[in-house]
Design a protein around this ligand. Structure first.
Ligand code: URA
Length: 435
């Protein structure tokens, strides 16, 4: 096969075969196709797209660039969740112990935050001692012991994705549905799962801002999961405002603890329980998502979810006393309140800007090499459709960098539009696809 011919074929809008896609991915992964040629191929895919079959073949080629974990020795179903990410999205920390406590295994491999959106690994690593870097042997043994693991991607899992993603990042080819699909699914399929729940975000803080794009991504992800005979449920959910109120790594662990202790209400709790409900249903421990959601509520109310979280933290080396006594966590040097400068109803929130404000305080990173401050972040109170009064505290800022405060305050105030007229709240779960 000839790489130039294959690039030309895709450039001209033609479909590639399974063998041609395998050739490109496997030779790129082995270093036999240079970055400049693979970049051209990625741009051709970005511009001309891929059909369902090509997307499944690309996923397959990326999946088998590494090892596929076999969890057959572990009793019971293995169900994971993937979210396309956003601001304040900490549902993984909440639903993993709930689902494991319901008797369904959760073998979760997560990623780090980049840009405005956070990542589960950074949140977990805010817990002193918590190890996300586990070997395959530890991965299996932790699931065996407690029914869940919260781990980072090892070099054995879908190595092609790591290489391809780095190239996409610098060649403006990230926002391509077939490339996103293959990237997400190759990693998830490598985990050894029986089924997957997808949370595809839509809105100003999401990767896909427009509903129709989120729907197209959800369709592509579910089609690909089906092509691999995996059970899948996809939700399209709102990301026009932070999920919950806490943004920043330790702050999000703290909010998750409060949810697991049954002390919170609102969008974060609703979404977490729906997602865990869907996972429990896919895992065969409930007859519907609704029943799974009810089971989830009982598991939280009984204290089993919090106990399971402690068990997971302990098995992964984390300091359990911090989870039991989160007030002991080190504090940021600076804690300032943001005061509303007008009275009215919250109409819109530029959630991307809220995420960027948190990053500026130290909670996020621009490049993968940047260091994050686990204590930094924002507690952000306004929700679309609610009323605020001039002089009221609308956010709390935490950072060690005093010089960042003024610009972050300005950014947050201009991210929120306030109307004199009553505004309506947003619908959290826009679509549920059971396929
Ligand atoms: N998340 C991934 O893992 N891959 C993408 O391409 C986009 C989001």
């Amino acid at each position: 096969m000839n790489t130039v011919e294959l690039i030309r074929k895709k450039r001209d809008g033609k479909s590639l075969t399974d063998e041609e896609i395998k050739y490109l991915v496997s030779n790129f992964t082995k270093g036999k196709i240079p970055n400049y040629q693979f970049s051209s191929f990625l741009m051709a895919v970005y511009l001309k797209g891929m059909n369902k079959k090509e997307t499944a073949w690309l996923t397959n080629a990326m999946l088998f660039s590494g090892s596929v974990i076999n969890l057959d020795s572990i009793k019971g179903k293995k169900i994971d969740k993937h979210s396309t990410g956003g601001v304040g999205d900490k549902t993984s920390l909440i639903l993993t112990p709930i689902v494991a406590a319901a008797g369904v295994n959760v073998p979760m491999i997560s990623g780090r935050g980049l840009g405005h959106s956070g990542g589960t690994l950074d949140k977990l690593e805010a817990i002193p001692g918590f190890q996300t870097n586990v070997t395959l042997k530890q991965y299996k043994s932790i699931i065996q012991k407690c029914g869940a693991v919260l781990a980072g991607q090892t070099k054995e899992v879908a190595p092609a994705d790591k290489l391809i993603y780095s190239l996409r990042d610098v060649t403006a080819t990230v926002e391509s549905i077939p490339l996103i699909t293959a990237s997400i699914m190759s990693k998830k399929l490598a985990e050894g799962i029986d089924g997957l729940v997808l949370d595809v975000k839509t809105g100003s803080g999401a990767f896909m801002k427009k509903y129709n794009d989120s729907l197209a991504l959800a369709d592509s992800l579910t089609d690909t999961a089906k092509a691999f005979n995996k059970k899948v449920i996809a939700f399209i959910t709102d990301m026009n405002q932070p999920l919950g109120n806490y943004i920043g790594n330790w702050l999000e662990v703290y909010e998750s603890i409060k949810v697991l202790q049954g002390e919170m209400l609102g969008d974060l709790v609703d979404l977490s329980l729906n997602l865990s409900g869907a996972m429990i249903y896919l895992g065969g421990k409930a007859l519907s998502i609704k029943e799974g959601t009810e089971i989830s509520k009982e598991i939280v109310a009984s204290g089993k979810a919090f106990d399971k979280f402690l068990e997971i933290v302990k098995l992964q080396g984390g300091d359990v006393s911090m989870i039991k006594h989160p007030e002991k966590y080190p504090k940021s040097k600076i804690h300032e309140s943001l005061i509303a400068d007008k009275t009215g109803y919250i109409k819109t929130i530029d959630n991307y800007e809220v995420g960027m404000a948190s990053l500026e305080l130290g909670a996020g990173r621009i490049t993968m090499e940047d260091k994050i401050d686990p204590k930094a972040g924002i507690i952000f109170y306004p929700k679309i459709g609610t009323k605020i009064k001039k002089g009221e505290v609308i956010a709390e800022l935490y950072t060690d960098e005093k010089e960042k405060i003024d610009s972050v305050k300005r950014k947050l105030l201009s991210a929120v539009t306030v109307s004199n007229q009553k505004t309506t709240s947003v619908k959290l779960i826009k679509t549920t696809m059971v396929v």
